[in-house]
Design a protein around this ligand. Structure first.
Ligand code: UTP
Length: 295
């Protein structure tokens, strides 16, 4: 299968990040100095994706605005000779081709993906959750695309989670196929620990086939009263062989406060112009015992 389009869903309420996400969608909150949405779009482009379908709330279009030209700002930067900054601003307009799809009400992740149906059409596509960001040598989505292209089957990104974390995720039942590769045998959204079929959670990257749209359209509200993507995946898995790939790299959950903070540190330490100062600050705090005071 050849995948050209990625659906990025950003129409949720982001209640775990309130009050920061009251006016600004959490997907626009920065990772160091780039909105999370841009980090994810860059991962899509680096993975070979040609078109981005952004699912947004009609009340919050800022996610789309970020990727449009900003003529006045660009002129201002040009006149003042701020060429590096100008270049970084212009890059955001030229990253990819964007199409918007609208989710009128936040009825769940499955419902959000369904709103991209017309824009995707009848071809395989990727789904990316912009509150999950990855630091990996090979982009996480590329790892999944390689899996799906080789096996001609849908795939999801998998990560082992601690027992206590299981009730927060969609958890899969798997049969090992090759190192890091698992055939999916079932899945359940946010199970109690004792009912979980494994400790493998689905995290925010998927490669899907367009027949999932019919299955999502038939979906009834599931866990938490939302139309869950996991239920659509389960129905798809009854029709098709599907795989999970235990991605290589680090994942940060930006929807959670600690995940958001660790992402700032992790990504800043990768930037040579920031790393030395940040490391020096971390070192003095550690040496002074400040971080360990409560241990
Ligand atoms: P989350 O469950 O992490 O986002 O969904 P949320 O519901 O906005 O956050 P909390 O739990 O209230 O803090 C994962 C992704 O799916 C999108 C979100 O915007 C997020 O990027 N989503 C979720 C939608 O687009 N629509 C929905 O109805 C639900």
């Amino acid at each position: 299968m050849k995948v050209r389009k990625a659906v990025i869903v950003a129409a949720g309420l982001g209640t775990r990040m309130l009050p920061a996400s009251k006016v600004i969608p959490k997907e626009i909150l920065p990772v160091v100095d780039k909105p999370a949405l841009q980090v994810v779009v860059e991962e899509a482009v680096a993975s070979g994706i040609e078109e981005i379908v952004l699912v947004l709330s009609p009340n919050r279009t800022i996610g789309l605005d970020h990727f449009q030209p900003a003529p006045e700002l660009e002129r201002h930067l040009e006149q003042r000779g701020k060429h590096d900054i100008l270049e970084s601003v212009r890059q955001t307009n030229q990253l990819a081709r964007f199409t918007a799809a609208w989710q009128d009400q936040p009825l769940g992740l499955g419902h959000a993906v369904l709103q991209a149906r017309e824009a995707v059409g009848d071809e395989p596509f990727a789904v990316m959750l912009p509150d999950d960001i990855f630091d990996s040598e090979r982009p996480c989505l590329r790892q999944l695309l390689d899996t799906s292209e080789a096996l001609n089957a849908p795939s999801v990104a998998l990560m082992r989670v601690a027992k206590s974390e299981i009730p927060k995720y969609g958890i899969v039942e798997v049969r090992p196929a090759r190192p890091r590769l698992y055939e999916l045998r079932g899945m359940v959204e946010k199970p109690p620990i004792e009912q979980a079929p494994s400790d493998f959670a689905i995290v925010g990257r998927y490669v899907l086939t367009a027949d999932i749209f019919d299955l999502l359209a038939r979906g009834r509200p599931g866990a938490g009263g939302e139309i869950q993507l996991t239920d659509g995946l389960l129905a798809l898995n009854k029709k098709r062989k599907m795989f999970g790939y235990e991605f290589e790299g680090t994942r940060y959950d930006l929807g959670d406060r600690v995940g958001y903070l660790t992402a700032q540190i992790g990504f800043a330490l990768k930037r040579p112009e920031l790393a030395d100062n940040l490391r020096a600050w971390l070192r003095t705090r550690l040496e002074s015992g400040h971080f360990l005071a409560k241990l």
